[in-house]
Design a protein around this ligand. Structure first.
Ligand code: FAD
Ligand code: DHB
Length: 391
């Protein structure tokens, strides 16, 4: 096979990049090592920045998000007993949309199916070759046959555990990372959300959040120990923790059947470059954020928007954007990193019981009080949560 752009990974980044290239008439192939069912079974992100929704609209894949996305004007920030609404729309005239990553992926798959795109699922032994040349290739097995895809560019949209970032020689890549002494336990429950907009809560027992997927499905999270095991958390214990941590006068949390639950570690990670030779990285293959600011999926969409524009102008005889893709994307990414770290530090309780932990908790309450009472701080939060400009 021969194509212009060979994309590794059919997550949101890979599928959206392919779709965007298709709109520009640029040939591509997508190779994914998992099955569709597996990918659609993974519950992940839920909040789209306004710019991410506009990207889907511009690319003609917004029917689902336009029909079923829930437009939110703000979020609630909470400390014990005090719940404040931060109204992004009133503050800066911008909004976010609650629409699950699985729904984004489903919509993109349907668009590719209808267009007859070349997407290989359940590929084996995916490997890249010749990324330091102008004629790189991708090899894999599929349905018992060996394939080689010759391309102008390889794009690693294969997530944090993929093969593309490790294909960059060690002496050309530095990684910056940070782990956190806590994790998120997340559940999906078949119950109408008990809130109109997301609640992010700081509580002495740990962070808790109330999100949603639709008017009949709730998504909830609690901070747990990173070494904790999901088997220690029967549904009743999870609901008890949620009731305690989300408590607010005159408000009640509705319970429903739990349909999914898992624990996700939290990490910040940035690769020093998103480009080596003919290989370009987008999304989680190049960077990871802790989930508190809802930025993982949105960053993937932002990378794809930039890389797609760069590839399109390259074929129109101007490679400047492609040469600067990594730098441009990383400038935005580091702003997103600091925001995600800030949201995480604001709302999570450091483990430990000493003087320092007591100090930190009170300092966090002070910061939360500042954020919820300063117009400047709220505007800054609104600007970052609804999404920095893509460029
Ligand atoms: P991915 O979605 O990881 O897609 C990469 C694709 O590449 C996958 O389909 C994978 O199977 C495929 N692949 C991997 N290796 C290979 C290979 N060798 N060959 C071929 N294909 C390969 N973000 C939030 O904002 N909020 C959240 O609540 C949230 N929850 C999360 C929970 C979990 C468990 C995880 C892992 C992430 C979560 N994120 C969340 C982050 C968000 O989901 C990611 O940022 C987003 O999925 C990034 O998209 P991507 O396409 O770059 O990577
Ligand atoms: C969801 C996930 C997040 O990380 C977040 O900040 C808000 C919502 C969610 O899964 O709905």
């Amino acid at each position: 096979l021969s194509t212009r752009v060979a994309i590794i990974g059919a997550g949101p980044a890979g599928l959206l990049l392919g779709w965007s290239l298709r709109q520009a008439g640029i040939d591509f192939v997508i190779v994914e090592n998992k099955s569709r069912e597996y990918i659609l079974g993974r519950v992940r992100a839920g909040v789209l920045e306004q710019g991410a929704v506009e990207t889907l609209q511009r690319l003609g894949v917004s029917e689902g998000v336009d029909a079923r996305g829930l437009v939110h004007h703000g979020i609630y920030l909470q400390s014990p007993g005090l719940r404040h609404h931060v109204d992004f729309n009133e503050l800066i005239g911008r909004t976010v949309t609650v629409y699950g990553q699985q729904a984004v992926v489903r919509d993109l798959e349907a668009a590719h199916d209808a267009a007859g795109s070349a997407v290989f699922y359940e590929a084996g032994d995916v490997a890249v070759r010749g990324i330091e040349t102008r004629s790189p290739s991708l090899t894999f097995t599929h349905d018992g046959s060996d394939y080689t895809v010759e391309a102008d560019f390889i794009v690693g949209a294969d997530g944090f555990h993929g093969i593309s970032r490790p294909a960059i020689p060690n002496n050309r890549l530095t990684v910056f990372d940070k782990t956190y002494p806590f994790a998120w336990l997340g559940i999906l429950a078949d119950v109408a959300p008990s809130t109109d907009e997301l609640i992010y809560a700081l509580h002495p027992d740990g962070f808790a959040m109330h999100s949603m997927r639709s008017n009949s499905v709730s998504r909830l999270y609690i901070q747990v120990d990173p070494g904790d095991d999901i088997s220690n958390w029967p549904d009743s214990r999870i609901w008890d923790a949620l009731h305690t941590r989300l408590a607010s006068d005159g408000w009640a949390l509705n319970e429903g059947p739990v349909t999914e639950k898992s624990i996700t570690p939290m990490r910040s990670f940035v690769a020093s470059t998103l480009n080596h030779g003919s290989l370009f990285l987008v999304g989680d293959s190049g960077h990871i954020v802790p989930p508190t600011g809802a930025k993982g999926l949105n960053s993937a969409i932002s990378d794809v928007t930039q890389l797609s524009a760069a590839i399109v102008t390259h074929y129109a005889d101007d490679s400047a954007l492609l040469s600067s893709y990594s730098d441009t994307a990383l400038v935005r990414q580091w702003k997103v990193q600091q925001f995600s770290q800030w949201m995480t530090d604001l709302l999570h309780v450091r483990p430990g019981t000493g003087d320092e932990a007591a100090f930190d908790y009170r300092s966090q309450l002070g910061r939360l009080d500042y954020v919820t009472h300063s117009l400047y701080a709220q505007r800054s939060l609104a600007e970052q949560y609804t999404g920095l400009p893509l460029g």
